[in-house]
Ligand binder design. Sequence first.
Ligand code: NAP
Ligand code: MG
Length: 499
Amino acid sequence: MNDLTKVDFDKAARALSYETRAFIDGKFVNALSGKTFATINPATGKELGQIAECDAADVELAVAAARRAFESGSWSRAEPRHRKQVLLKLADLMEQHGEELALLESLDNGKAISDARSVDVPDSIATLRWHAEMADKIFDQVQPTGFDQVGMIVREAIGVVGAVLPWNFPIFVAIWKLAPALAGGNSVVVKPAELTSLTLLRIAQLAAEAGIPDGVLNVLPGMGETAGQAIGRHMDVDCVSFTGSGEVGRYFLKYSAESNLKRVVLELGGKSPAIVLDDVTDLQGIADQVAAGFLFNKGENCSAGSRLIIDRKVKDQFLDVLLPTVESWKVGDPLDPETQIGAMVEEAHMNKVLGYIDGAAGDGFKPLLAGGRTLEETGGFFVKPAVFDGVPNDATLAREEVFGPVLAVIPVDGVDEAVKVANDTPYGLASALYTDDLHRAHRVAKSIRAGTVSVNCFSEGDFASPFGGFKQSGFGGRDKGVAAHDQYLETKTIWIQTR
Ligand code: NAP
Ligand code: MG
């Protein structure tokens, strides 16, 4: 993995060409309006290309194509093993083009190339393979009946699935949704985030090459308020799977209520705790995990452990280890393989993160690491990590999702207060717990109101682990795992009277 250097990646980036048009009904096309928008490289502030700006008219075409494909049965009625094989072929093609996908992802989003190569791309491929394998392994049920009846409980593809995506893990979150939706036989219309369309357009090309029939997968770049809203309100979309902010997630419930009552699945934000109890011994090991928890992907991570809830008895000792660990994370050019923290996704988002840092300083919290903008001369949007101590859990920094490399340290006394503070949040997406005591580990894990509790590590599990939120972090389903398939299936009873 460390074979390639920054010089190699810079050269490869210059040689890269990429598709910027929408993918509708098996073809790359311009938006009907002819409009385009710029996508920017956040590491330089320079334009990478002009992307087709789809709106309601293009959504109309794509949904019609998706419905036609669904009705034709070319995919929806194909043998499950055929769908499996095609999706596995797509995974193989993504692997063959893995370096290119990682580079595109890094250029468009600003994330470290090392992460794109070692996490985003390979984990997305593994996830796709896992869901593909499920295609011919999900069984339905026959219910207990009298001798003269047969009661079958079967699940069928829901139909046309809309997916509206965020910018922080463009390939990853796309695969979380596309893989189970396609494995089940649905047709999909997907809108990537305005800031990061490039990798999904490349995946659409590979999907066609793998043999996904025309109309089954449609990728429509564009704005949320136009293309996203049109998907949410469309009368012929049966389900919308959304990942993004709580604010926009709520719109999708409204769109559904005001249109056809389409199923809505929401994966939203978080303000996840990292809880360190007073019995811990491996301070460096825990510091490594806590640092990764709020710094991975520049902190632009819905499950970021952005609240360190720590027992006062071990706080000072632990911070002595944590701070140098955080400082050792290298901020820099995403195409440098040494870089761990790339560029914030866009200037406006960088300014939002800097605003939280200024706000925390203004609120009088102790800046153990001051954070702030760095490498401004590159034209990129780089932010150094910030750590604030003595943050009360009702402060803005402890309540709102910063989505950047900023940690609020919240001291507590004892395990009960730790749990109470951890749960005192409108969110419930993820959490990490550090303790050497097995009994406490189990009791606290059961007490935390969050979709994921990782113990002695910062982790969301793997592709087989359901991912989603309690409380205001989610609605209606789970990505990953077997449960992800249920989101895109309808349950049907077939009741037969025999003679
Ligand atoms: P966002 O602003 O909510 O945008 C998400 C998507 O919704 C984008 O494609 C966006 O389009 C679209 N959208 C915006 N306004 C819309 C509208 N009025 N109607 C329909 N669609 C609309 O979120 P983001 O800033 O991209 O992503 C960050 C958020 O996602 C964070 O809150 C993070 O926690 C959350 N997230 C959650 C998970 C999870 O699994 N729980 C995973 C990753 C991220 P544009 O491209 O025009 O903005
Ligand atoms: Mg971009």
